[in-house]
Design a protein around this ligand. Structure first.
Ligand SMILES: Nc1ncnc2c1ncn2[C@@H]1O[C@H](COP(=O)(O)OP(=O)(O)O)[C@@H](O)[C@H]1O
Ligand SMILES: [Mg+2]
Length: 217
Protein backbone atom coordinates (compact mmCIF):
# COMPACT_ATOMS: atom_id res chain seq x y z
CA UNK A 1 0.00 0.00 0.00
CA UNK A 2 1.29 3.43 -0.85
CA UNK A 3 1.80 5.68 2.08
CA UNK A 4 0.41 9.17 1.98
CA UNK A 5 3.31 11.55 2.33
CA UNK A 6 3.05 14.60 4.48
CA UNK A 7 2.56 17.88 2.65
CA UNK A 8 4.07 19.70 5.61
CA UNK A 9 7.60 19.82 4.33
CA UNK A 10 6.96 19.72 0.65
CA UNK A 11 9.10 21.89 -1.62
CA UNK A 12 6.94 23.13 -4.48
CA UNK A 13 8.32 25.05 -7.45
CA UNK A 14 5.99 27.23 -9.47
CA UNK A 15 6.95 27.63 -13.05
CA UNK A 16 5.65 29.54 -16.05
CA UNK A 17 5.97 32.41 -18.51
CA UNK A 18 6.15 36.06 -17.52
CA UNK A 19 2.76 37.16 -16.17
CA UNK A 20 1.45 33.57 -16.01
CA UNK A 21 0.32 34.02 -12.41
CA UNK A 22 3.19 32.46 -10.44
CA UNK A 23 3.48 35.08 -7.72
CA UNK A 24 -0.26 35.12 -7.12
CA UNK A 25 -0.47 31.33 -6.90
CA UNK A 26 2.68 31.10 -4.75
CA UNK A 27 1.06 33.42 -2.22
CA UNK A 28 -2.32 31.68 -2.03
CA UNK A 29 -0.92 28.17 -2.21
CA UNK A 30 1.66 28.82 0.51
CA UNK A 31 -1.07 30.24 2.71
CA UNK A 32 -3.38 27.32 1.95
CA UNK A 33 -0.73 24.71 2.79
CA UNK A 34 0.84 26.60 5.69
CA UNK A 35 4.18 26.89 3.92
CA UNK A 36 6.49 29.81 3.40
CA UNK A 37 6.53 31.52 -0.01
CA UNK A 38 9.86 32.45 -1.60
CA UNK A 39 9.40 35.21 -4.13
CA UNK A 40 11.20 36.05 -7.29
CA UNK A 41 13.07 39.34 -6.87
CA UNK A 42 11.31 42.06 -8.89
CA UNK A 43 11.13 45.45 -7.13
CA UNK A 44 14.46 44.73 -5.47
CA UNK A 45 16.07 43.28 -8.58
CA UNK A 46 19.05 45.56 -9.20
CA UNK A 47 19.40 44.59 -12.85
CA UNK A 48 15.83 44.32 -14.11
CA UNK A 49 15.34 47.90 -15.35
CA UNK A 50 18.72 47.98 -17.09
CA UNK A 51 18.10 44.54 -18.54
CA UNK A 52 14.89 45.57 -20.28
CA UNK A 53 16.52 48.81 -21.48
CA UNK A 54 19.38 46.95 -23.15
CA UNK A 55 18.99 43.20 -22.98
CA UNK A 56 22.13 42.34 -24.88
CA UNK A 57 24.36 44.42 -22.65
CA UNK A 58 22.94 43.14 -19.37
CA UNK A 59 21.86 39.58 -20.14
CA UNK A 60 24.85 37.86 -18.58
CA UNK A 61 24.88 40.01 -15.43
CA UNK A 62 21.15 39.50 -15.05
CA UNK A 63 21.46 35.71 -15.27
CA UNK A 64 24.29 35.59 -12.75
CA UNK A 65 22.35 37.84 -10.38
CA UNK A 66 19.25 35.63 -10.55
CA UNK A 67 21.19 32.40 -10.29
CA UNK A 68 22.76 33.64 -7.08
CA UNK A 69 19.42 34.79 -5.62
CA UNK A 70 17.62 31.58 -6.47
CA UNK A 71 20.46 29.42 -5.23
CA UNK A 72 20.22 31.21 -1.90
CA UNK A 73 16.45 30.54 -1.77
CA UNK A 74 17.09 26.89 -2.57
CA UNK A 75 19.56 26.60 0.27
CA UNK A 76 17.17 28.33 2.66
CA UNK A 77 14.28 26.04 1.74
CA UNK A 78 16.42 22.93 2.13
CA UNK A 79 18.31 23.86 5.28
CA UNK A 80 15.32 25.19 7.15
CA UNK A 81 13.71 21.83 6.51
CA UNK A 82 10.18 23.22 6.42
CA UNK A 83 9.55 23.03 2.71
CA UNK A 84 8.20 26.04 0.85
CA UNK A 85 6.68 27.37 -2.32
CA UNK A 86 9.18 28.91 -4.70
CA UNK A 87 7.98 31.53 -7.16
CA UNK A 88 9.87 30.39 -10.27
CA UNK A 89 12.45 27.64 -10.09
CA UNK A 90 16.18 27.98 -10.56
CA UNK A 91 15.97 25.79 -13.67
CA UNK A 92 13.92 28.35 -15.53
CA UNK A 93 16.80 30.78 -15.64
CA UNK A 94 18.48 28.38 -18.01
CA UNK A 95 15.36 28.65 -20.22
CA UNK A 96 15.85 32.41 -20.41
CA UNK A 97 19.60 32.05 -20.95
CA UNK A 98 19.14 29.62 -23.82
CA UNK A 99 16.50 31.77 -25.47
CA UNK A 100 18.72 34.86 -25.14
CA UNK A 101 21.70 33.04 -26.62
CA UNK A 102 19.68 31.67 -29.54
CA UNK A 103 18.26 35.13 -30.21
CA UNK A 104 21.73 36.69 -30.31
CA UNK A 105 21.06 38.55 -27.07
CA UNK A 106 23.68 36.65 -25.12
CA UNK A 107 27.20 35.94 -26.22
CA UNK A 108 27.87 32.24 -26.85
CA UNK A 109 30.93 32.32 -24.57
CA UNK A 110 28.94 33.95 -21.75
CA UNK A 111 26.20 31.36 -22.21
CA UNK A 112 28.68 28.51 -21.90
CA UNK A 113 30.21 30.04 -18.77
CA UNK A 114 26.73 30.43 -17.31
CA UNK A 115 25.80 26.81 -18.08
CA UNK A 116 29.03 25.53 -16.59
CA UNK A 117 28.49 27.56 -13.40
CA UNK A 118 24.89 26.33 -13.22
CA UNK A 119 26.00 22.73 -13.60
CA UNK A 120 28.61 23.03 -10.87
CA UNK A 121 26.10 24.67 -8.54
CA UNK A 122 23.45 22.11 -9.33
CA UNK A 123 25.58 19.49 -7.57
CA UNK A 124 24.69 21.30 -4.36
CA UNK A 125 20.98 21.64 -5.03
CA UNK A 126 18.16 19.53 -3.73
CA UNK A 127 15.35 19.30 -6.19
CA UNK A 128 11.82 20.49 -5.53
CA UNK A 129 9.41 17.61 -4.80
CA UNK A 130 7.08 18.82 -7.48
CA UNK A 131 6.89 21.55 -10.11
CA UNK A 132 3.62 23.20 -11.04
CA UNK A 133 3.79 24.52 -14.57
CA UNK A 134 1.28 27.28 -15.27
CA UNK A 135 0.84 26.92 -18.98
CA UNK A 136 -0.25 30.10 -20.75
CA UNK A 137 0.00 31.13 -24.38
CA UNK A 138 2.36 33.97 -25.34
CA UNK A 139 -0.75 36.05 -26.17
CA UNK A 140 -2.21 35.66 -22.69
CA UNK A 141 1.18 36.31 -21.15
CA UNK A 142 1.42 39.60 -23.10
CA UNK A 143 -2.11 40.55 -22.09
CA UNK A 144 -1.38 40.02 -18.38
CA UNK A 145 1.91 41.89 -18.61
CA UNK A 146 -0.08 44.80 -20.09
CA UNK A 147 -2.75 44.59 -17.41
CA UNK A 148 -0.35 44.71 -14.50
CA UNK A 149 1.40 47.68 -16.13
CA UNK A 150 4.94 47.39 -14.82
CA UNK A 151 6.71 50.14 -16.75
CA UNK A 152 9.95 48.24 -17.07
CA UNK A 153 8.14 45.46 -18.92
CA UNK A 154 6.80 47.77 -21.65
CA UNK A 155 9.30 46.60 -24.23
CA UNK A 156 8.41 42.90 -24.01
CA UNK A 157 6.81 41.80 -27.26
CA UNK A 158 5.00 38.76 -28.59
CA UNK A 159 8.11 37.61 -30.46
CA UNK A 160 10.17 37.46 -27.27
CA UNK A 161 7.38 35.61 -25.44
CA UNK A 162 6.85 33.19 -28.32
CA UNK A 163 10.52 32.19 -28.24
CA UNK A 164 10.43 31.90 -24.48
CA UNK A 165 7.33 29.72 -24.65
CA UNK A 166 9.07 27.37 -27.10
CA UNK A 167 12.02 27.03 -24.73
CA UNK A 168 9.63 26.40 -21.84
CA UNK A 169 8.09 23.49 -23.72
CA UNK A 170 11.52 21.88 -24.15
CA UNK A 171 12.36 22.56 -20.52
CA UNK A 172 9.15 21.02 -19.15
CA UNK A 173 9.67 17.91 -21.23
CA UNK A 174 13.25 17.54 -19.94
CA UNK A 175 12.68 18.37 -16.28
CA UNK A 176 9.68 16.04 -16.03
CA UNK A 177 12.10 13.13 -16.36
CA UNK A 178 13.63 14.00 -13.00
CA UNK A 179 10.99 16.00 -11.12
CA UNK A 180 7.23 15.31 -11.20
CA UNK A 181 5.53 18.13 -13.09
CA UNK A 182 1.90 19.10 -12.79
CA UNK A 183 0.98 20.98 -15.90
CA UNK A 184 -2.00 23.28 -15.46
CA UNK A 185 -3.63 25.16 -18.32
CA UNK A 186 -3.66 28.64 -16.82
CA UNK A 187 -5.13 30.78 -19.58
CA UNK A 188 -8.09 30.77 -17.25
CA UNK A 189 -7.33 31.03 -13.57
CA UNK A 190 -8.63 28.31 -11.28
CA UNK A 191 -8.96 28.25 -7.58
CA UNK A 192 -6.17 27.29 -5.28
CA UNK A 193 -8.00 24.33 -3.71
CA UNK A 194 -8.08 22.65 -7.08
CA UNK A 195 -4.32 23.00 -7.45
CA UNK A 196 -3.67 21.93 -3.87
CA UNK A 197 -5.65 18.73 -4.31
CA UNK A 198 -3.90 17.99 -7.61
CA UNK A 199 -0.58 18.22 -5.77
CA UNK A 200 -1.88 15.98 -3.01
CA UNK A 201 -3.00 13.41 -5.57
CA UNK A 202 0.33 13.55 -7.35
CA UNK A 203 2.13 13.12 -4.08
CA UNK A 204 -0.01 10.18 -3.04
CA UNK A 205 0.00 8.36 -6.35
CA UNK A 206 3.52 8.84 -7.58
CA UNK A 207 6.25 6.52 -6.59
CA UNK A 208 9.37 8.59 -6.17
CA UNK A 209 11.53 5.52 -6.13
CA UNK A 210 12.79 5.03 -9.62
CA UNK A 211 14.43 1.83 -10.61
CA UNK A 212 17.42 2.44 -12.82
CA UNK A 213 19.01 -1.01 -13.02
CA UNK A 214 17.21 -4.31 -12.90
CA UNK A 215 18.82 -7.15 -10.97
CA UNK A 216 19.63 -10.18 -13.01
CA UNK A 217 18.47 -8.43 -16.15
N1 LIG B 1 -5.65 33.50 -9.95
C1 LIG B 1 -5.71 34.75 -10.47
N2 LIG B 1 -6.89 35.38 -10.61
C2 LIG B 1 -6.95 36.61 -11.14
N3 LIG B 1 -5.89 37.31 -11.57
C3 LIG B 1 -4.69 36.74 -11.43
C4 LIG B 1 -4.53 35.43 -10.88
N4 LIG B 1 -3.21 35.11 -10.90
C5 LIG B 1 -2.58 36.17 -11.44
N5 LIG B 1 -3.44 37.16 -11.77
C6 LIG B 1 -3.10 38.42 -12.38
O1 LIG B 1 -2.24 38.14 -13.50
C7 LIG B 1 -1.12 39.03 -13.52
C8 LIG B 1 0.20 38.26 -13.45
O2 LIG B 1 0.25 37.56 -12.23
P1 LIG B 1 1.60 37.32 -11.45
O3 LIG B 1 1.25 36.43 -10.33
O4 LIG B 1 2.26 38.63 -11.14
O5 LIG B 1 2.44 36.57 -12.57
P2 LIG B 1 3.93 36.11 -12.60
O6 LIG B 1 4.42 36.12 -11.19
O7 LIG B 1 3.86 34.73 -13.19
O8 LIG B 1 4.65 37.08 -13.48
C9 LIG B 1 -1.30 39.97 -12.35
O9 LIG B 1 -1.88 41.15 -12.82
C10 LIG B 1 -2.22 39.24 -11.43
O10 LIG B 1 -2.98 40.11 -10.64
MG1 LIG C 1 5.92 37.20 -10.38
Amino acid sequence: MKKKLSMERIFIGISGLIGAGKTTLATTLAEHLGLEAYYEPVGDNEYLADFYKDIKQHSFAMQIYLLNKRFLQHQQIIWQGKGGVQDRTIYEDTVFARMLMKSGLMDQRDYETYCSLFENMSNFMCKPNVIIYLDVSPEISLERIGQRGRNIENEIGIDYLGKLHQEYEIFIEEISRVIPVIRVPWDQFRNVEEIASAIEREYRDTSFLRQVVKWGG
